[in-house]
Design a binder for this molecule. Structure first.
Ligand SMILES: Nc1nc2cc(Br)ccc2s1
Length: 238
């Protein structure tokens, strides 16, 4: 999987991708991330990337030319790639969309805007417009990192041999179960007995109950298409 990121702050991306799961996946060659500075695709000596908005209003708007030049530069190799614009107006990014991106795209271009937004005409050159949530960030770079991180975790082999329980739970429509590790007793706060029992069937049922309880409390909107067994457990909780 290859990610190409267009941004005016390449260091934001370059710094983050060196660490953790992403760093390991890069070292294993499972994923490649190339970052392009939009200022390198400007044509003036000041490397200007923004200007005042037509029609007036606060703030600055990023100009189309650097985006256009960068996209044409990438497309010159004529390899297929999905172009994704990060934007507060985009469709909501979810675990299911992460799975879709991982399955369908060998290469993704993540286009990061800043300021009050980018010239609307850039959207003529993208495939998808995606937001990571109902809040406005200062720029698309954090959203691009969220997408890279969540998609890479889904690539077979990226997580090594540890199970990705968190992804599994989100894909099945509920939140993760609680996790504990040593010590067993921390200032009187004990690990639930069931987790010390060695009874894997009991542990699995406890974890499912806790996951459904957490989901009912914090994200009831996720509780759709539950299996009959999960529905039975949920009814016991109500
Ligand atoms: N939720 C999101 N907010 C923003 C802000 C900017 Br500026 C660019 C992309 C995104 S995605």
């Amino acid at each position: 999987m290859k990610f190409e990121v267009l941004t005016i702050f390449p260091e934001i991306i370059e710094c983050y991708i060196k660490h953790g799961v992403l760093g390991k996946a890069l070292n294993k060659g499972i994923v490649e991330v190339k970052v392009y500075n939009l200022r390198d695709f400007t044509s003036d000596k000041h490397k200007k990337v923004d200007d005042y908005p037509y029609g007036g209003g606060a703030g600055m708007v990023m100009q189309i030319e650097p985006f256009y030049n960068a996209i044409m530069h990438l497309k010159a190799d004529e390899k297929p790639r999905k172009l994704v614009l990060l934007s507060p107006q985009g469709r909501k990014f979810t675990q299911k969309l992460a799975q879709k991106f991982m399955e369908e795209s060998k290469a993704m271009v993540l286009i990061c805007g800043r300021y009050e937004g980018i010239d609307e005409r850039v959207k003529a050159f993208v495939d998808e417009e995606v937001s990571i949530g109902d809040y406005v960030l200062s720029g698309g770079e954090l959203a691009a990192l969220v997408i890279i991180d969540s998609v890479v975790r889904l690539i077979p082999g990226a997580l090594g041999d540890e199970l990705s329980a968190v992804e599994d739970s989100f894909m099945k429509g509920f939140l993760d179960y609680p996790h504990y590790t040593r010590p067993e007793d921390f200032k009187g706060m004990k690990v639930p007995e069931v987790l010390l029992s060695g009874d894997h069937k009991k542990i699995a049922l406890w974890r499912k109950r806790q996951a459904l309880k957490n989901t009912l409390k914090n994200r009831p909107d996720l509780l759709k298409n539950l299996s009959p067994e999960d529905m039975r457990i949920l009814k016991e909780l109500c």
